[in-house]
Design a protein around this ligand. Structure first.
Ligand code: CA
Length: 226
């Protein structure tokens, strides 16, 4: 069961939200001040925080900052007015969604579900492959070699990620083509050769003697075991 922490100083609002969220199958914790809310956050580690902006004890903005410093727990921020929401979005304090008051509790439940779905989809793929001096962050779609950022196109990244996920395995051009689906691709197996050439130029110290991406004659390519 997922736990939602509501930090909100209006008891009536907490009561309504609690009842809707519990009906929707969530476990609900509540705090009526910013400082006690942060303490509850630390001791209970909820899956999501519904956070009011104007709170006694500690301002909602400061609570949000403190939560962010401690990790990626999603925050749904409640604001008093639409204008406040606009200002907050400009501040980029890391809330995952904003909801101006008044709102329907049904909308809150829907937003909670949407935020949880979004953040959980992103979570399992947060995997980083470390192969020799290459670091491939599958979620961030970023690659560094020797600590230096290597800029790849989406197609190049997908090719690299597919091969580097299984070092030593030979991939046919067709398999690599399939791996690049989801990013724009030209649709011909031979186009893979052009992408591999570019990828080598960016990744390899000597692209004539590749250390990472090897040619498997008659088959395709593979990421060399390091
Ligand atoms: Ca308030």
């Amino acid at each position: 069961m997922q736990t939602i922490l509501i930090i909100e100083d209006e008891p009536e609002l907490v009561k309504v939200l609690r009842s809707y969220l519990e009906t929707a199958g969530f476990q609900v914790l509540a705090a009526y001040r910013g400082d006690t809310g942060l303490a509850t956050f630390e001791s209970r580690k909820p899956d999501l925080v519904i956070l009011d902006l104007n709170l006694p004890g500690m301002d909602g903005l400061d609570v949000a900052r403190e939560i962010r410093r401690r990790g990626n727990t999603p925050i749904l921020m409640l604001t008093a007015r639409v204008e406040e929401t606009d200002q907050l979005i400009g501040l980029e304090l890391g809330a995952d969604d904003y909801l101006p008051k008044p709102f329907s509790p049904r909308v809150v439940v829907a937003r909670v579900r949407a935020v949880l779905r979004r953040t959980q989809e992103a979570a399992p793929s947060r995997e980083v492959l470390r192969l020799a001096d290459l670091e491939i962050d599958l979620a961030a779609h970023s690659v560094t070699r020797d600590g230096q950022f290597v800029e790849l196109t989406p197609t190049e990244f997908n090719l690299l990620a597919a091969m580097a996920s299984q070092p030593g395995r030979a991939f046919s051009r067709l398999q690599l083509l399939e791996a690049t689906q989801g990013s724009a691709y030209e649709g011909y197996e031979r186009s893979i050769d052009a992408h591999i050439k570019n990828l080598r130029a960016k990744l390899e110290v000597d692209s004539k003697n590749p250390r990472y991406i090897e040619t498997v004659f008659g088959v395709g390519y593979r990421f060399a075991r390091q």
